[in-house]
Design a protein around this ligand. Structure first.
Ligand SMILES: NC(=O)c1ccc[n+]([C@@H]2O[C@H](COP(=O)([O-])OP(=O)(O)OC[C@H]3O[C@@H](n4cnc5c(N)ncnc54)[C@H](O)[C@@H]3O)[C@@H](O)[C@H]2O)c1
Ligand SMILES: [Zn+2]
Ligand SMILES: [Zn+2]
Length: 369
């Protein structure tokens, strides 16, 4: 069939919205009519080359839609089912999946190639095979993905909000709840208030943090942070250092969650300085693939028993966490509506990323008919 998708042909060029050719699903695969896709910063890393994925590639990994057709052997999904895509597939059988770490499923190793699990492509344009961001390609009206990427959800959940659970919400919320293990009474600092940071704030608040300190250079972001549950804001880590010293009588933040647009090894030391004795710094933001060094006081690391940990997909289990967070949304304990600043048609994908670069949105969402 023919459908439309936003393709990146070369780094540092705009997304090109064009007609593509889509093959039917093969065994274990599913054809989905996508309803909406969030625009996460990780797709921007494809464009800048910070994440060196094979090109050409269809962008987008934060999507939800309606199943149209299932391939051979897909017994648990049927046409008409509503699904959110997990940005990392979960096979349910590998060591990570079977020990409660679906975010680290072995199938994730195939993501850089952007093909189907069998190594072939269903998406084509101009006589070439197209890759898929996170094996999904949600900047498109339709896609074919593996069943391992699908999480079935109730049909009454609005798909233009549910899509955000495919990456940003679970990633941010889980960075606070699972990776940082925020406890009641903690002081938590969140560095960077985009789609990920806003959800880290929500997670920290729900986990019982006493103070949630949001740090972002953009005033609009700091205002939004207060709406999501932040108690204090600062415009930089430099400004936050004396501020957190004063607020905590020098004991500093129990947890620091890094959710900047692009990570930088040079600021890891500043983040560690915001952390308390035995404090934990969670690095959720993505660093350029070729960054190999970080600067920090290693004496401080040892003498204060500080912890520096990475976190992928909120260190959670998409098959359990996506339905759980839908439940929190239903009960009014998780704000999904407030995350969406602007909505666009697929053709607006470059406008959406302009807004992200300008710092005027929390999340832009592409909505398809
Ligand atoms: N680990 C994961 O599983 C995972 C998943 C999704 C996204 N990510 C990454 O998380 C990061 C954030 O993504 P997003 O979609 O929220 O991005 P975003 O662009 O929406 O938000 C980033 C925010 O960081 C702020 N910022 C930039 N420099 C800063 C600084 N020096 N100090 C404080 N704030 C600063 C920006 O003003 C912006 O508000 C990206 O690197 C993205 O690739 C990681
Ligand atoms: Zn993402
Ligand atoms: Zn697995």
């Amino acid at each position: 069939m023919k459908t439309k998708a936003a393709v990146l042909w070369e780094v540092n060029t705009p997304w090109s919205v064009e007609e593509i050719e889509l093959d039917p699903p093969r065994a274990g695969e599913v054809l989905v009519k996508i309803a909406a896709s969030g625009m996460c910063h990780s797709d921007e890393h494809l464009l800048t080359g910070d994440l060196p994925f094979a090109l050409p590639i269809i962008g987008g990994h934060e999507g939800a839609g309606v199943v149209q057709e299932v391939g051979e052997g897909v017994s648990w999904l049927a046409p008409g089912d509503h699904v959110v895509f997990g940005f990392i597939p979960s096979c349910g059988r590998c060591v990570s999946c079977s020990t409660g770490h679906q975010n680290l499923c072995d199938l994730g190793a195939l993501m850089g190639l952007g093909r189907q699990i069998d190594g072939t492509a269903r998406h084509h344009a101009k006589g070439q095979d197209l890759g898929l961001m996170c094996m999904l390609g949600t900047f498109a009206h339709h896609t074919v993905v593996n069943e391992a990427s699908c999480i079935k959800i109730d049909k009454d959940v609005p798909l233009d909000r549910a899509c955000l659970l495919g990456c940003g919400v679970v990633t941010g919320w889980g960075s606070a709840v699972y990776a940082a293990e925020v406890s009641p009474g903690d002081t938590v600092a969140v560095v960077g208030v985009g789609g990920i940071g806003a959800n880290a704030i929500q997670g920290a608040k729900l986990a019982g943090a006493k103070r949630v300190i949001a740090i972002d250079p953009v005033e609009f972001k700091r205002e939004k942070a207060m709406e999501f549950g932040a108690t204090h804001t600062f415009s930089s880590m430099e400004e936050a250092l004396p501020g957190i010293q004063e607020l905590t009588w020098g004991t500093m933040a129990n947890k620091v969650i890094m959710t900047m647009g692009v990570g930088s090894g040079e600021v890891i030391g500043q983040a560690m300085a915001l952390a308390s004795k035995r404090g934990r710094v969670v690095v959720t933001n993505i660093h350029p693939a070729l960054e190999y060094s970080a600067s920090m006081s290693l004496l401080d690391l040892t003498l204060m028993e500080k912890q520096l940990v990475g976190s992928l997909f909120g260190s959670g289990n998409p098959r359990a966490d996506i339905p759980k967070l839908i439940g929190l949304y239903r009960e009014g304990q998780l704000d999904l509506d407030g995350l969406v600043t602007n909505e666009y048609a697929l053709e607006g994908v470059n406008d959406g990323y302009d807004a992200m670069r300008a710092g005027t949105n929390i999340r832009g969402v592409l909505k398809y008919d």
